[in-house]
Design a binder for this molecule. Structure first.
Ligand code: SAM
Length: 235
């Protein structure tokens, strides 16, 4: 993503204390306290300009949302987007949303075991060269960390335009013995799935007629159990 850096970005972020978290390690194990409730926490890893996480948080007041990105300029754009979406919806402050500046490489330093319920991986960088495979956010070394921080209802929801990243990821999930659900190779084949909330990248690719791949990965035992029971009923 090409970024034009504005002056004073960090100063702006430092002033947004209710929304932006610049020292997220201090919140490890305390996120529900920060939100002031016991509601589940859903996290987008690599939120970019933040449309998805802001819209999700605006639509679902009964869930807490955290968007993470490693670029301060993107966190700033995401904060603008959060206020814009709330204003358009006639809502007040985004109380169920936090935007975090952090590198996902060290995600286990930000969340305690079982602290979160869902991870969204939306259009993660595909890292097409084989020698960069370990950087893909669906590499088993990341999946191990996600398994630690997700709770018993834990799931990963993954979307990408990249066929090679999707193939790699399905193999990664299978290698880790993980169960998948709702696998799609062309998510919007029967019209735009606006119910799932589209990301900036997704809108751009869908407009160009590029297929979007998606799947859900069941991590927690309660999530898995629910799925198995649901399947049994449909047999
Ligand atoms: C291709 S963009 C997708 C943005 C957004 N999810 C969307 O669908 O529109 C990938 C994003 O992941 C972020 N990212 C990649 N690696 C990261 C890392 N290790 N830590 C934090 N953010 C990362 C990038 O800065 C970028 O904003």
């Amino acid at each position: 993503m090409r970024l034009r850096r504005r002056q004073g970005t960090m100063e702006v972020l430092k002033d947004l204390t209710d929304l932006v978290v610049l020292d997220p390690k201090n919140n490890k194990g305390k996120w529900n306290k920060i939100f002031g409730n016991d509601r589940p926490i859903y996290v987008e890893l690599g939120m970019g300009k933040g449309k998805f996480i802001s819209e999700m948080s605006s639509r679902n007041a009964d869930v807490n949302y955290i968007g993470i990105d490693m670029y301060d300029e993107l966190v700033r754009k995401a904060s603008d987007k959060a206020f814009e979406i709330r204003e358009a919806a006639g809502q007040g402050k985004p109380e169920n949303l936090r935007l975090v500046l952090f590198n996902i490489e060290h995600i286990e330093e930000v969340f305690a075991p079982q602290e979160i319920e869902r991870i969204f991986l939306n259009f993660s960088d595909p890292w097409p060269k084989k020698r960069h495979g370990f950087r893909r956010l669906t590499h088993p070394r990341f999946l191990q960390r996600y398994q630690q921080i997700l709770n018993k209802r834990g799931e990963i929801h993954f979307k990408t335009d990249s066929r090679s990243l999707f193939e790699f990821s399905l193999n990664s999930f299978a290698d880790m013995g993980l169960r998948m659900r709702n696998i799609s190779l062309d998510l919007h084949a029967e019209g735009r799935r606006e119910d799932l909330v589209m990301t900036e990248y997704e809108s751009k690719f869908a407009d160009q007629g590029i297929n979007i791949h998606r799947c859900e990965v069941l991590i927690g035992e309660a999530s898995l159990q629910e799925h198995v029971e649901h399947l049994a009923k449909s047999l």
